[in-house]
Design a protein around this ligand. Structure first.
Ligand code: GLU
Length: 562
C-alpha cells in the first residue's frame, strides 16, 4: 500500500518539476486504494508523509525509485451518477440479492435497494434473490416472513429465489470451521471487551495464534455446552494493522441461548452478519452487491472472507445514504408504540412503511421513478417528499375523481321556494366522465347544507356567498347560520366581496380524514365518497388534497398530498 502511494507521488512529481502535490496524489490514492478510501484521515496522513519524502528527493533519485516500483495504474474514479450501466455484467445476466432482516415490514428506505436491484435484473436479465437475514433471534418478527414478500410484490419487484438464512446454519458452520482450519479464523474465550481493546491497539488476543487443535477444541466447545453465551466466539482474521480499526478482526459466530422463531433451540451458535453475508453472497453466485455506503466497512470485512476462501469477488457498489425526514421508520420504535396502542398497525399513516404509503394512495411506480432518478450516486441525499408527492400526483391526478369535503361542518339553512340544483364535473379535464348532479328540494321552504367552519369567519350578516356550482346566498343570521337564496352570478358575488365555498348536502356522509403528522379531522363528504370508500379508491377532495378512502368504523380518508 505504501509503495502504491509512493508510486503515485513519484509520478505526480515527475509531471510537476519534481514537486508532488498532496491534493492530486490524494485523489489518485482515494480512487484506487479501497482500504484507504474507508479511512480518509489515515490516507491523508500517509499521503502527506510520502509527498514530503518524495519532494525531498532529487529528480534522479525520484526516477530510480519510480523505475523500481513501476508506473502505477491510472484508475479514473468512476462517478456512478446514473443508474445507466453496471460494469462487469456477465453475458447470461446478473445475480443480485436484497437482504433485509425480518424485523418488520419494508419501509421507504428498503424500497431503494429492492427497486434498483430489480431494475438491473430487468435490464440485464438474471436473478433477483430475496434473502431474509434471520440469524439474530432477538430481531425477528415472525410476521415479517410474510410481510416482506407481500411488500416486494406490491413494489412490483420480481423475486426469482427466496432464501432464509436460518435454513443455512450447517453451511455457515462448515465454512467457519474451514476458516479455523486454514488459520484464517480462530476461537476466543477472552472477555469481549478485552478482545476489542486489544484489536483497537492492533494487538492479537492470546488465542489468535493458538494451534489449530486448540482452536477446534474451543470450536466444538461452543456447540456442546462447554461454553455458555458470551464465553467463547469464533473470529475471522483480517489485518490487525489495518489503518481502519473497524476492519480489524471481526466476530464471525457467537453463542446465543435464545429461541429462534423458526429453528427453536436447535442451534445455539449463530453466525453474525458479515460472515453469513459473505458466505451467502458467494454461494448464491451474486455478481453484484448493491447497498448503501453505510456498509463500506462491512464490505472490507467481507472481502477478507472471500480472500481467505479463495473466492472471486462480486462487484460491490455503494450508493450514498438517504435520510428520510418527517416519518417514522425504526422498526423497534414502531413495534413498541404498537404494543402500547399508539399506532394502529404497520400501516399507520404516521409511518414510513410501504404499507402506510399504499394506504395513503401512493403508487409503487412513484417510488420506482423516485429511486431511479436518485440512482446509485455516492452522494448522500435527503428524501424529498415534495418531489415524491409530485411524482405520485402525476401518476394519479388524471384518473382521480373530485368530490367536495367539508371539514368541521356547520349547518347553513337557506330559505328558498325553488329546489336548488347544479352539477360539478367528476374531473375538470375529463367532462366526458360525467358530473355529480345536485338537486336540493326545500323542506318547509328551507334547504339545509353543511359548510366548512373555517369559511364562516369571512361571512357577515347581509353579505353574500357563493356555494360552488349551486347557488348564491345572502347571509341573514350568523348563529344559527341562515340565509336566502339570491339570483346572483359568480361574478356578482365576487364583485360584492363574497367568496366561493364548498358545501355538502344533507345526503353527504360523515368522513374522517387522517394526516401523516397525526392530525385527524372530522367532516362530511359528498355521498359519492361512500361507494369509493367501499372500493378503496382515491379521490381528490377539492382544494383539500388527494385521499385514499376506506371503509372502517365509518368512512376514512388518508391524506397523500395536495
Ligand atoms: N441485512 C442487511 C441490511 O438490511 C443487508 C445489507 C447488505 O448486505 O446488503 O442492512
Amino acid at each position: 500500500m505504501r509503495d502504491k502511494v509512493l508510486a503515485y507521488a513519484l509520478q505526480n512529481a515527475r509531471e510537476h518539476d519534481g514537486k508532488a502535490g498532496i491534493g492530486p496524489v490524494m485523489g489518485k490514492v482515494m480512487a484506487s486504494i479501497p482500504e484507504l478510501r474507508s479511512d480518509p484521515k489515515a490516507a491523508s496522513a500517509l499521503v502527506r508523509e510520502i509527498v514530503d519524502q518524495v519532494n525531498s528527493m532529487d529528480a534522479a533519485d525520484q526516477k530510480i525509485e519510480l523505475d523500481r516500483l513501476g508506473e502505477p495504474e491510472t484508475i479514473k474514479r468512476k462517478r456512478k451518477d446514473t443508474i445507466d450501466e453496471l460494469e462487469n455484467v456477465p453475458k447470461d445476466g446478473i445475480v443480485v440479492r436484497f437482504a433485509p432482516g425480518p424485523s418488520g415490514p419494508l419501509h421507504i428506505g428498503h424500497s431503494r435497494a429492492s427497486i434498483l436491484n430489480d431494475e438491473y435484473v430487468k435490464r440485464y436479465g438474471g436473478k433477483f434473490i430475496l434473502r431474509l437475514e434471520d440469524t439474530n433471534p432477538e430481531k425477528i418478527d415472525p410476521e415479517a416472513y410474510r410481510m416482506i414478500p407481500e411488500d416486494l410484490s406490491w413494489l412490483g419487484v420480481e423475486v426469482h429465489e427466496t432464501h432464509l438464512q436460518s435454513d443455512r446454519f450447517e453451511r455457515y458452520y462448515d465454512i467457519a470451521r474451514s476458516l479455523i482450519e486454514s488459520g484464517s479464523g480462530y476461537t476466543c474465550t477472552c472477555d469481549p471487551e478485552h478482545w476489542r481493546e486489544r484489536k483497537l491497539e492492533g494487538k492479537p488476543c492470546p488465542h489468535r495464534d493458538d494451534v489449530v487443535e486448540d482452536q477446534l477444541e474451543r470450536w466444538d466447545g461452543m456447540f456442546d455446552g462447554t461454553f455458555s453465551a458470551g464465553e467463547a466466539s469464533m473470529m475471522v482474521k483480517t489485518d490487525l494493522e489495518h489503518p481502519n480499526p473497524a476492519v480489524r478482526d471481526f466476530v464471525g459466530m457467537r453463542i446465543k441461548d435464545a429461541a429462534h422463531p423458526r429453528t427453536g433451540d436447535r442451534y445455539r451458535v449463530y453466525p453474525l452478519y458479515n460472515l453469513a453475508v459473505a458466505i451467502d453472497d458467494h454461494l448464491m453466485g451474486c455478481t453484484h452487491v448493491l447497498r448503501g455506503k453505510d456498509h463500506l466497512n462491512n464490505t472490507f470485512r467481507q472481502e477478507f472472507v472471500y480472500r481467505h476462501m479463495g473466492w472471486g469477488l462480486p462487484a460491490f457498489i455503494h450508493y450514498g445514504l438517504v435520510s428520510i425526514p418527517n416519518t417514522i421508520l425504526k422498526t423497534s420504535i414502531i413495534r413498541e408504540e404498537m404494543s402500547r396502542g399508539n399506532y394502529a398497525g404497520w400501516d399507520d399513516i404516521r409511518l414510513g412503511t410501504l404499507r402506510a404509503l399504499s394506504g395513503r394512495g401512493f403508487m409503487p411506480e412513484a417510488l420506482r421513478k423516485y429511486w431511479y432518478k436518485v440512482g446509485i450516486k455516492s452522494v448522500d441525499v435527503t428524501f424529498s417528499w415534495e418531489n415524491f408527492n409530485a411524482m405520485n400526483k402525476e401518476l394519479i391526478d388524471d384518473g382521480t375523481d373530485r368530490l367536495y369535503f367539508v371539514a368541521d361542518p356547520v349547518e347553513l339553512a337557506i330559505s328558498t321556494d325553488i329546489p336548488l340544483s347544479g352539477r360539478s364535473p367528476l374531473h375538470p379535464d375529463h367532462r366526458e366522465r360525467g358530473y355529480r348532479e345536485y338537486e336540493q328540494a326545500p323542506h318547509d321552504g328551507v334547504v339545509r347544507l353543511s359548510v366548512p367552519r373555517e369559511e364562516i369567519a369571512a361571512l357577515k350578516v347581509g353579505g353574500v356567498v357563493r356555494l360552488k356550482d349551486l347557488c348564491s346566498v345572502r347571509i341573514r343570521t350568523m348563529e344559527p347560520l341562515t340565509g336566502e337564496r339570491e339570483d346572483l352570478s359568480v361574478s356578482d358575488v365576487r364583485g360584492g366581496g363574497g367568496s366561493i365555498i364548498q358545501w355538502v348536502s344533507s345526503s353527504g356522509v360523515p368522513c374522517r380524514v387522517l394526516f401523516p403528522d397525526g392530525l385527524v379531522q372530522e367532516g362530511r363528504a359528498e355521498v359519492g365518497a361512500k361507494e369509493r370508500a367501499r372500493k378503496g379508491q382515491m379521490v381528490q377532495f377539492e382544494r383539500f388534497g388527494f385521499f385514499k378512502l376506506s371503509e372502517e368504523d365509518g368512512i376514512v380518508g388518508r391524506f397523500a398530498h395536495k
